[in-house]
Ligand binder design. Sequence first.
Ligand code: ADP
Length: 483
Amino acid sequence: MNILFVTSEAYPLIKTGGLADVSGSLPLALQELGHDVSLLLPAYSTVMDRVDNYEVVGKTRHYEHDIRLLESKLAGSAVRLLLVDCPAAFDRPGNPYVDAAGQPWADNAYRFALFNQVAVDVAMNRLGMDWPVDLVHCNDWQAGLVPPLLSLFASHPASVFTIHNLAYMGLYDKQIFFELGLPAEIWHLAGVEFHDLFSFIKGGLSYADCVNTVSPQYAMEIQTPTFGYGLEGLLQHRADRLSGIMNGIDQQTWDPASDDNLVQNFDRDNLEKKTKNKLDLQKRYDLKKAKKIPLIGFIGRLVEQKGLDMIIDAMPELTELPLQMLFLGSGEKHYEQALLSLAEQYPESVVVVIGYDEELSHQIEAGCDMFLMPSLFEPCGLNQLYSLAYATIPLVTPVGGLVDSVVDHSAQTMQDGSATGFILESLDGPGLVQAIKRALAVYAEPEQWQQLQLNGMKQDFSWQTSAEQYVELYEKAIALNAG
Ligand code: ADP
């Protein structure tokens, strides 16, 4: 199968969140299953700094800009990397979506519309690459216009649209839709119109042959008003085309036995070595160096979704408990400030590192005893998967991919060997405190704790398993498109 994978970020070239991890791994796993995959990405300046060799393989023009299509390889793989080179849209520093002040770039609708137009050119084999596409895999709102634009051709490749996070919809004024010269045929209620606004994501949800999310639970949740943001009706309507496929983890990058970011590697046969990573963190961040004090980690974007209000609420009570906490994240300024104040107030137990730090994120996964992820919603979540692999017990809320990947500790689940973590009973400060107290009680029983760690480490979150499910989904989409 010739698969065109359209994404706005891909690790290690550019990353703001889980979408990059998926885009950096799934195409490789598909290629290993024998498919021919091209990954299409905007040529942001950060990406160009990391790509050495490329060839110009096509030229096109949209929105009065000459655009070049560059071809390279995704490092360490046979996956073809196609870059949409349009300096006016993508040659700017920093984050792909927001400026230095954290505000969305004012011209995002135009930048990603242009990206989608080029995706359609490639999908329709119009740029002279002589590579007929069987299936276009579109990811999140930044690729949401591809399925509707393809639908305007009498014959076109099949499409799959993956929702990595429904909260980001790519919503713009109606006027922008017309300013972008987009075809009036797709401006209607069953198209990209959403309460008189222009919605990129609705294009993907309405027109793709199949739609999926990154966990089975989230696929169900988004069909309800609590998680559907007004799109639940459309998603229910398309329920026969909607499914969930759990993300895998990149085992080259996330394996405690070979991870070279760690001061000490370890695996299931020598778990005691994990402690050295904890002592290193305690030393580095001026926490009391003690093997026995549990260290709880948090890594993530500092946004409401990640449960920060709950954490901040619970903090006075948490700091009364015998534990230490280490936070790594960046995001909304008020959360950054609130966490920094807590670190100042409780220097003996709370450390906060504001920023994006890939290396430290590995060290936290390895050095902590527990990992806190109390998200209000979580399409899949990757850190709880990394935690399981690194013998760091996840404490999570009962939502989305978190419930699909973590089994709550109980007498029953310990007995049948399925327990891997702790699930909050309620999504609030008291729920968080209660879950941490339960975890501390088990932590005090080293044998039980080790059993939990080993249960987690044997879970299979390989990309191969997920990639096989994607291939089935692609086949279904191709059959539907043909029929
Ligand atoms: P989301 O996509 O909602 O941000 P995920 O858990 O799916 O959440 O993926 C987040 C990814 O980004 C993980 O790989 C996580 O380790 C990484 N990450 C998030 N914030 C940071 C940070 N401040 N430093 C390093 N890595 C981070």
